[in-house]
Design a protein around this ligand. Structure first.
Ligand code: GFB
Length: 320
């Protein structure tokens, strides 16, 4: 299929991952992107999704639409994480098959692997042990999506593949402190701490868990690279290969933001899984590698946060 002629549906194109995939596709010259708004297409409505596929006939689908959030929101709202994700992904994957989509990429998450999986975690470790409780609902929905793609591949030979990204950050992230992941939360907390000249900033948990972070633009390059090839495996882990403790991450973000006060650790908040490092050698063997070092990615993301929050403040001022 030629670059310019493929009809590509990016489900979730307004989210952090979907918008990065959309930018990467546009950069590479794909001209026929299907990006209906939420009002035009409710992905939780099975009939509407099938009608959309019947009408638009995409050739390729990037399934990046999902209910996502950080450790606290996952813990508080398991129903939304399980039910909404099951609905969205099942509707899109089934309709894709029914309408003859050639290739589909389903976006999962490294939390599908067992809480105490051997590190670094390989694709084969799926379903070899109990899940982390804070995000079990989300992980089970994502595992169902992976298995549905695998089933279509096995039963009907569909090229339906799953990408398993590590913890992501970058442009378009969610900075709501109750719902966000750790990296945007730290950017916001240190920025506000600096403005208010606060003596300390509070970090959730012990600071000891280890996480691997990948800039969303590196993920988007991996996803498009995967779909441009002929992936013959069901799952591809996508990570940076470098891990950092939450305490060290906090120090790094504080330095980049320019916050000079102390860190306080709130032990009443959950740590979540102790370690979550992906073995991404399967993806790297296809010729992809991450290009954005963590400190550089955070610095760029902080500047984007400043621009976005500045615009928001000006808008609020003008309205108020
Ligand atoms: O990014 P995060 O919310 O998700 O938290 P997970 C990572 C670690 O950072 C945890 C700590 O140990 C948190 O306790 N942390 C410290 C903070 N301060 C903060 C803070 O202010 N906000 C947040 N959010 N965390 C998620 C899953 O797990 O990872 C999802 O819940 C998904 O299902 C996602 O898989 C990638 O890495 O623990």
């Amino acid at each position: 299929m030629k670059t310019g002629s493929a009809r590509i549906f990016v489900a979730g194109h307004r989210g952090m991952v979907g918008s990065a995939i959309r930018r990467e596709l546009e950069r590479k010259g794909y001209a026929h992107l299907l990006t209906p708004s939420r009002h035009e297409l409710n992905l939780e409505n099975q009939a509407a999704v099938q009608q959309f596929f019947d009408r638009e006939r995409p050739d390729v689908v990037y399934l990046a639409a999902a209910k996502v959030g950080g450790i606290l929101d996952n813990e508080r709202h398991p129903v939304a994480y399980l039910a909404r994700n099951l609905l969205i992904q099942t509707n899109v994957i089934r309709a894709a098959y029914e309408s003859g989509v050639a290739k589909l990429l389903f976006l999962g998450s490294s939390c599908i692997y067992p809480r105490l999986a051997p590190q670094p975690m390989r694709e084969e470790h799926l379903l070899t042990g109990p899940l982390e409780s804070t995000n079990e609902a989300y992980a089970i929905a994502k595992i169902a999506g992976v298995k549905l793609c695998e089933a279509y591949r096995r039963e009907f030979g569909s090229c339906f593949v799953s990408a398993m990204p590590t913890n992501l950050y970058g442009r378009g992230d969610n900075y709501d402190l109750e719902r966000s992941h750790v990296l945007p939360a730290l950017i916001r907390k240190f920025h506000e701490g600096k403005l208010a000249d606060s003596p300390s900033v509070t970090i959730w948990g012990t600071g000891q868990p280890l996480r691997e972070f990948l800039h969303v633009d590196d993920l988007a390059r991996a996803c498009v690279h995967l779909m441009e090839g002929d992936p013959d495996q069901s799952i591809y882990n996508i990570g940076s290969g470098e891990e950092i403790s939450i305490a060290d991450l906090a120090r790094l973000v504080a330095r980049i933001v320019g916050y000079e006060g102390r860190l306080k650790f709130d032990l009443s908040r959950p740590d979540g899984t102790p370690r979550k490092l992906l073995d991404s050698s399967r993806m790297r063997a296809l010729g992809w590698k991450p290009e954005i070092p963590l400190a550089e990615g955070i610095a760029v993301t902080y500047r984007q946060f400043l621009r976005e929050s500045g615009a928001l403040q000006r808008l609020t001022g003008a309205l108020g």
